[in-house]
Design a protein. Structure first.
Lengths: 514, 709
């Protein structure tokens, strides 16, 4: 049958959710079931680093039921992701194995940036609404339990993303410590939010004009998408609606509100926090319109699946977002744009002609590209300690869409571009335990080093370079009238490592145009 | 509260008294000369069995409250003590009226029509006496268990609702001291004993207790019988309180549990003219006060009349004006139900239209290779239910079958457990109700995998999935494969399985979470419209109306000028003719051949009419302590069908009673109006529709199909 069913499972901190989708090339994706079970894993995982026996039992029981439901729908594929609660358990691997043994469901753990990227993908797949809104300056505010993520758009590409520990549950717990009454919330929240947002504004926002905010959360989105509450433009709101919401919080009790909005009473304080926060962010950014597409992580999982399996094609180029983010980081640390471009061009040319030998794919090509863009970011801190500084900057800057391991690859490739490569035994002491990733690092490092060597003078002499693989040699033909003695002379060191990794000797040929 | 100005208890009726008025309306059908004689027997029997249930549940409940010292006034401002007092007065009057109808109207008419009921065994002819004595020896005597009471034998347990004969006896050769003896009239034997008659045109019957009384001496051979009389008690036997009472009562009751007299007798029926010495003994042993004693001028326990209705040979005296269930035009026999539903939404009106398609829906789903899952809520089902069989079959065929079985359905618990177990054995996933809530909603979901993806077929109804009662109760049901209702139906079953509520509902409204507010909103909207000069109109058909918030909202809407027409079969705590409202709110009740059961709601909504059907009545228990579903009917053709039902009932002049401002019900004043019997009218229409359809299919001109599904 042309129509397949797919299940997306989100093992969240406070909820287990599964969405069943119908996917087909002709009709795209259609949600047919959404099953949610409340389970507080976050509290245990954050405080003790482990899940209690009862909690794990409950988790397995519900996942077994999910597995039964998948069977009933004859689901042919599924993806299950765990987020922060699973991520923050100390015995993650044991826990996940246990779950797989007992329920048959394999769960993978998402890093924060991957998770946010999925949320972002699900927004981008909304098509029309998304394309229209990002015509003007737009920020995505993704409000979670532990933190929020603010991502900025410039024209139609995502340029920066920043995580802040301002999640609604975290704030609620903080406010509970202060014994704040709901009426005092606004003052306290304003102070907490303003403090963080002021820094954010100074560093990231600067004079960007943000007109629209796309919001991803469990509270405001639900509210804005209720026809009874937001009749005119389901999912959209302006500042005045938020003003109205705030006012009712001052007038009505939480139980009255819960009734009025048809929502569980215990979510009302969280909703209030989310409302105040969004309102403040709107004010700080000067935004006028809120859009709540009402997507969940499950949607993101499904879009990712559809994209991977070429069931759906988004008009939006997600790789461009990742690259734009990297450029932005480079810009922040005063990286040389010109040099990056040359390096990028040379490195990618080499990468492409070596395809048969390295056996790497598009994703690794992207990682190489990111490495070239970020190759010198550490200079901002120290010219001598360039390798370590670059590594640390990359590791502590969020690049949306990259998994933790991918980020590590980029950071290491940049690092070993500047210092002696270390072998597996050595590197595994720094937490690189996965051989496949290690090999990728080695291969990409070799290419980056070679490219770096070809542009030693930083004069972009090798800008128009051509490479060809021939009889166990990589012939690098450079079309320039410049003197390349320096490059030729210092080429040896980087060429040796390249040869070690690929068993291919790089050779430079100069072609002079008269 | 109190904002509306309609908060005063004086604006509300007590629900028990209102219920008794309903039973009186049933009794009035027994008195109605327009009804065939045997139908009148049936109505009398129903009024009697209803009253029995009323005692066991409602009166018992009031007594519990009094025993527990609970004295919170009800919606009409009456404390339990006050309520019980008024109920007592009313029930005595009702029983008087029942027997007046039986003795003065029905018995003479039966005789005229060839059925002689021998009221007293003394009136048997010699030949008849010989026959009954022989019948006694052969059939009755072996199953009797006579019990005498003396110093060594305690007073025996008299069973709830059983009919007994009590006697005063003296020992032969004794000192003449009076002793008490009793024998239960066996419930395993038919209550009506047929006696062969000499006349061909005449049938003769006598009641079982008379035959036993005549032969009672044979049970107590060592005694002389001084006198013997039938008696019957009703006990507060089963420990179940009505969920309608306030929750604080429940807590109170738990505390007071020990004080409660279990199995306390709450009603004693004795034959009029009973020997006072005999009565004194029974009264003392059962500790029953005078006001709970009913002296009956006729046979005790009139429910035997239902058996009399079944006596062969009296077909001419039974109702024939009501057609049997007709085929549904949109769902001809042997059609592919799924295909028909894909063409259009289908609204069924039972019992005028047959319930069979609903059973077939599940049967076909069980066999269909493309069906993935069947989910259903079951409240009361018939014994040997074909639906249960089909569900079990489906599970055996590898479908995912989830069934929510409500075990708390009153009087049906045991029955439910048996077949629930059976379903489980067949591989169904059975959910035994929800903690603290009764699941009263009637919904079925069939998930089917089709060429173009998953499609969900949903049946929503106002009546139980019970093929037997579907022939007697009026209900409506909707078949649809609308994706928005399908999504909601999936969400309903997710919730019933213990998962979180969905983020949004498309079309359905559920109790206990949202339904009441939804109703209040819909009523409030009409009020706003009326206040803004856009007019307002509500028609609601329910079985009971006793939720205070709803009534208050209706009062407010009525005061604002909304025209409110209510069709309330049973309890109605709303009053008509209140100051400021006048005749803006009218209430009528239809008591007819079929039990009115469907709940339909119409809201004018400033010209954008909305129609809903629901499993819920406007009672606190429906809106607050049950899982109920209300669904909209949106297709104009189906809306028209619903409006036809409502408007025909509003035009009924034969079976409708109108609630007067003094709280009494009166039949519609028929002067100047054509005679309309809504239930008969629906039957005629169903026949016509079925006929039109079959004529259309039998036309001799071929109709080419222009497209293929």
């Amino acid at each position: 049958m042309a129509v397949k069913t797919f299940a997306a499972i989100d093992v969240g901190s406070y909820e287990l959710a599964m969405k069943i989708f119908e996917v087909s090339r002709t009709r795209g994706m259609k949600e047919i079931d959404h099953i949610r079970h409340s389970i507080d894993m976050g509290t245990e995982s954050y405080t003790t680093g482990k899940l209690s026996y009862q909690r794990a039992e409950e988790l397995c029981r519900v996942l077994r039921e999910f597995s039964g439901i998948m069977k009933a729908y004859q689901v042919s594929d599924y993806v299950a992701y765990g987020t922060s609660a699973v991520r923050e358990t100390e015995n993650t691997i044991i826990l996940l194995d246990q779950i797989q043994q007992r329920t048959g469901i394999h769960i993978e753990v998402l890093s924060n940036s991957e998770q946010r990227f999925l949320d972002y993908k699900s927004i981008a797949f909304q098509g029309e609404g998304f394309l229209k809104i990002i015509e003007n300056g737009t920020a995505i505010v993704d409000i979670g339990g532990g933190s929020i993520q603010i991502s900025l758009f410039d024209k139609d590409t995502l340029v920066s993303t920043q995580n802040m520990k301002l999640g609604v549950l975290r704030l609620r717990d903080n406010l509970a410590h202060l014994n704040a009454s709901i009426r005092q919330y606004e003052n306290f929240l304003d102070e907490i939010i303003n403090a963080q947002m002021a820094v954010y504004k100074k560093l990231y926002l600067k004079d960007r004009e943000i007109k629209n905010i796309i919001i991803v959360d469990d509270y405001i989105s639900t509210l804005l998408r209720k026809k009874s509450i937001n009749n005119e433009m389901t999912g959209y709101a302006g500042a005045e609606l938020f003003e109205k919401f705030r006012d009712v919080y001052h007038k009505e009790s939480l139980s009255e509100l819960a009734k009025r909005w048809d929502m569980p009473e215990e979510t009302m304080p969280l909703m209030y926090i989310a409302l105040i926060m969004t309102k403040r962010i709107m004010e700080i950014m000067g935004a006028e319109l809120i859009w709540a597409p009402g997507v969940t992580l499950c949607d993101g999982i499904a879009y990712e699946y559809a994209q991977k399996n070429k069931i759906m094609v988004s008009t939006h180029d997600f790789e461009q977002d990742i690259i734009a983010c990297a450029h932005n980081i480079s810009k922040r640390y005063r990286g040389s744009k010109k040099r990056s471009e040359t390096l990028e061009q040379i490195a990618l040319t080499i990468f492409d002609s070596m395809k048969k030998i390295h056996g790497l794919g598009n994703r690794e090509r992207l990682l190489l590209q990111l490495s070239t863009i970020l190759h010198d970011c550490g200079k901002y801190i120290s010219m001598t300690n360039l390798a370590e500084c670059s590594y640390n900057i990359i590791m502590s800057t969020e690049v949306i869409g990259l998994s933790h391991m991918e980020r590590q690859i980029v950071a290491n490739v940049v690092k070993y571009n500047h210092m002696e490569f270390e072998y597996f035994e050595e590197m595994s002491r720094y937490g690189v335990t996965d051989q496949a990733s290690y090999l990728k690092m080695a291969k990409l490092t070799a290419i980056l080093r070679l490219a770096n060597g070809l542009d030693r003078s930083h004069k972009q002499k090798f800008k128009n370079v051509k490479t060809a693989l021939k009889d166990g040699q990589l012939i690098i033909t450079v079309d320039t009238n410049d003197d390349i003695t320096l490059e030729k002379g210092l080429f040896g060191a980087s060429a040796m490592f390249f040869e070690e990794v690929y068993s291919v000797r790089p050779v430079i040929r100069q072609k002079r145009t008269i | 509260m109190g904002k509306s100005g309609y908060d005063d208890p004086g604006f509300y009726s007590n629900r028990e008294l209102s219920w008794l008025l309903f039973d009186e309306r049933i009794l009035s059908e027994a008195r109605d000369k327009q009804n065939p004689l045997f139908e009148r027997l049936k109505f009398l029997s129903i009024s009697a069995s209803n009253l029995d249930e009323f005692f066991m549940v409602r009166v018992a409940s009031l007594k519990d409250m009094i025993n527990a010292g609970y004295d919170k006034p009800d919606i009409a401002g009456l404390t339990p003590i006050k309520q019980l007092k008024e109920v007592n007065k009313a029930t005595h009057e009702l029983v008087e009226a029942q027997y007046a109808a039986y003795n003065r109207s029905l018995l003479p008419l039966l005789l005229q029509n060839g059925l002689r009921v021998i009221e007293k065994h003394e009136k048997l002819t010699e030949k008849e006496a010989v026959y009954v004595d022989q019948y006694y020896e052969e059939n009755i005597y072996p199953v009797l268990t006579p019990m005498a009471v003396d110093s060594s034998r305690p007073f025996p347990l008299i069973r709830n609702k059983s009919l007994n004969i009590g006697a005063l006896v003296t020992k032969k050769n004794g000192d003449g001291e009076l002793e008490f003896a009793t024998v239960q009239v066996p419930s395993v034997l038919p209550r009506i004993v047929k006696i062969p008659s000499d006349q061909e045109q005449e049938k003769v019957v006598i009641l079982l207790e008379e035959v036993i009384e005549r032969n009672i001496q044979k049970l107590f051979l060592n005694y002389d019988i001084v006198c013997s009389y039938p008696f019957r008690i009703m006990r507060n036997a089963d420990f179940s309180f009505e969920e309608d009472e306030a929750e604080d009562l429940l807590k109170e009751m738990e505390k007071q549990l020990k004080k409660r007299q279990r199995g306390q007798a709450i009603r004693l029926e004795v034959e009029q003219g009973i020997d006072e010495r005999l009565l004194a003994i029974i009264k003392k042993e059962l500790m029953i006060p005078d006001e709970d004693i009913y002296r009956i001028g006729g046979p005790l326990d009139l429910t035997f009349l239902m058996k009399m209705y079944d006596l062969p040979g009296f077909e001419r005296l039974k109702e024939k004006g009501y057609a049997p269930p007709q085929p549904v035009p949109e769902l001809p026999v042997d059609c592919d139900i799924f295909e028909q539903i894909r063409k259009e939404d289908i609204l069924l009106h039972h019992p005028y239209e047959t319930f069979l398609p609903v059973v077939d829906f599940i049967r076909q789903a069980a066999k269909d290779k493309d069906v993935l899952a069947i989910k259903q809520t079951l409240y009361r089902v018939s014994g040997n239910s074909p639906i249960i069989a089909a569900l079990a079959q489906a599970a055996e065929n590898g479908k995912q079958v989830s069934v929510l079985v409500e075990l708390k359905a009153r009087f049906d618990e045991e029955n439910n457990i048996v077949w629930a177990k059976m379903l489980e054995k067949a591989g169904c996933h059975v959910i035994y109700g929800l903690v603290g809530l009764k699941t009263h909603s009637k919904i079925t979901l069939v998930v089917r995998r089709e060429e173009d993806g998953i499609r969900r077929y949903v049946h929503l109804g106002t009546g139980n999935y019970n093929d037997s009662t579907a022939k007697l109760y009026t209900d409506v049901g909707l078949f649809t494969c609308s994706s928005s209702i399908g999504e909601d139906a999936t969400a309903v079953f997710n919730m019933l399985s213990g998962y979180s509520e969905p983020l949004l509902w498309n079309k359905l409204s559920l109790a206990p979470l949202w339904l009441k507010d939804r109703f209040l909103h819909l009523i409030g909207r009409e009020k706003e419209n009326a206040l803004a000069g856009r007019g307002g109109h509500i028609i609601a058909k329910v079985n009971s109306l006793c939720d205070k918030d709803i009534i208050e909202a209706l009062y407010e809407a009525g005061a604002a000028g909304v025209k409110i027409e209510l069709i309330v079969r049973g309890i109605c705590c709303l009053k008509t003719g209140l100051p400021g409202i006048g005749d803006k709110i009218t209430v009528r009740s239809i008591v007819g051949n079929f039990l009115e059961h469907c709940r339909i709601f119409y809201f004018e909504n400033d010209g954008k009419q909305e129609y809903y059907c629901a499993s819920a009545d406007w009672m606190p228990r429906n809106l607050e302590r049950r899982v109920e579903i209300m669904f909209p009917v949106e297709k104009p053709e189906l809306q028209k069908k619903l409006m036809d039902i409502l408007s025909t009932q509003l035009k009924d002049t034969v079976k409708a009673h109108v609630l007067k401002s003094d709280g009494s019900y009166e039949k519609v004043d028929r002067r100047g109006k054509e005679s309309v019997n809504a239930q008969q009218e629906f039957g005629r229409r169903a026949i016509q529709a079925a006929k039109d359809k079959s004529e259309a299919t039998q036309r001799r001109v071929f109709i080419p199909e222009t497209h293929h599904e």
